[in-house]
Design a binder for this molecule. Sequence first.
Ligand SMILES: Cc1cc2nc3c(=O)[nH]c(=O)nc-3n(C[C@H](O)[C@H](O)[C@H](O)COP(=O)(O)OP(=O)(O)OC[C@H]3O[C@@H](n4cnc5c(N)ncnc54)[C@H](O)[C@@H]3O)c2cc1C
Length: 235
Amino acid sequence: MQDLLIPSSPKKRVVIVGGGFGGINLVKKLHRKGFQIVLIDKNNYHTFQPLLYQVATGGLEADSIAYPLRKIFQGYADFVFRMANLESVNLTEKSICTNIGTISYDYLVIAAGSINNFFGMDNLAANAMPMKSLTEALDLRSLILQNVESSLTTLENNDKYLNFVVAGGGPTGVETAGALSELKKHVLPNDYPELNFKNARIILIESGSRLLAGMSESASSKAQLALEKWELKCF
Ligand SMILES: Cc1cc2nc3c(=O)[nH]c(=O)nc-3n(C[C@H](O)[C@H](O)[C@H](O)COP(=O)(O)OP(=O)(O)OC[C@H]3O[C@@H](n4cnc5c(N)ncnc54)[C@H](O)[C@@H]3O)c2cc1C
C-alpha cells in the first residue's frame, strides 16, 4: 500500500484512530500479529482521564497524566504514529482524510472516545466548563485560581468568586467536589491568608435520588456524609 504519509509495507494496514485506553490496548494486541499498525491521534500524548480532576484542582501537574504515545510504543516494529486530526472517512476508497493528508487503510478502527453528555440541559452546555481533556482541566484550574485572585481585589460581593458548583454526582463529580473541599480547607488558606474561606461554597448537584448511583446505596450515603462533613452542599 503506497501512501505519502506512511512508509509502504507488504503487510495489511490497520489504521487506529485514537490513542486512548481503547486504541492503546488494540495496538498492543495487534503488535506482531502480521499487520502494519498506524495509530493517529490529534494529540501526541495519551490522557489518563480518571485523574483529570486532580489537574483541575491543582493536585497534580498536567505532565503526570499525559503519556507520550511515541514512548509507549518505542521499539514496536511495523508501527507508525502520526499526530493528526481525523476529518472524514472515505469508505469506498478505504482511506481517511486528516488535517495532514489522506491515509489509506485495509482495516479501520475508530477509537476516538466520546463527547460530553449534558442530558439535554442547554444551559449547562452553554455555561459549564467541561472536563474531558487536559486543556479543559487546565482551563478549570486557571479559572479557579483567577477567581480566588479576583476575590482578593474586589471590595464588594467578593464571595461570588468563591462559589463552585459541580454538576453531576457520579464518581468524577464526587471526586472533583472532594478535591475542591481539600483545596478550600488545606491549600488556599495558606496561600491566601487574607481571605476567609469559610465563605467559599462548594455545591454538588445531582438530578437522581442519590450520589454515585452506579454503586451500592451504602457507598452513596457514605460519600454524601463525607462530603457534608467537609461543609459541602449536595442537592
Ligand atoms: C473526568 C473523567 C474521569 C474518568 N474516570 C474514570 C475512572 O475512574 N474509571 C474508569 O474506568 N473510567 C473513567 N473514565 C472513563 C474513561 O476515561 C473512558 O471510558 C476511556 O478513556 C475511554 O477510552 P477510549 O479509548 O474509548 O477513549 P478516550 O480515552 O477518550 O480516547 C480517545 C482518543 O481519541 C483521540 N481523538 C478524538 N477525536 C479525534 C480525532 N478526530 N482525530 C484524532 N484523534 C482523536 C483523543 O485525543 C483521545 O486520545 C473517566 C472519564 C473522564 C472524562
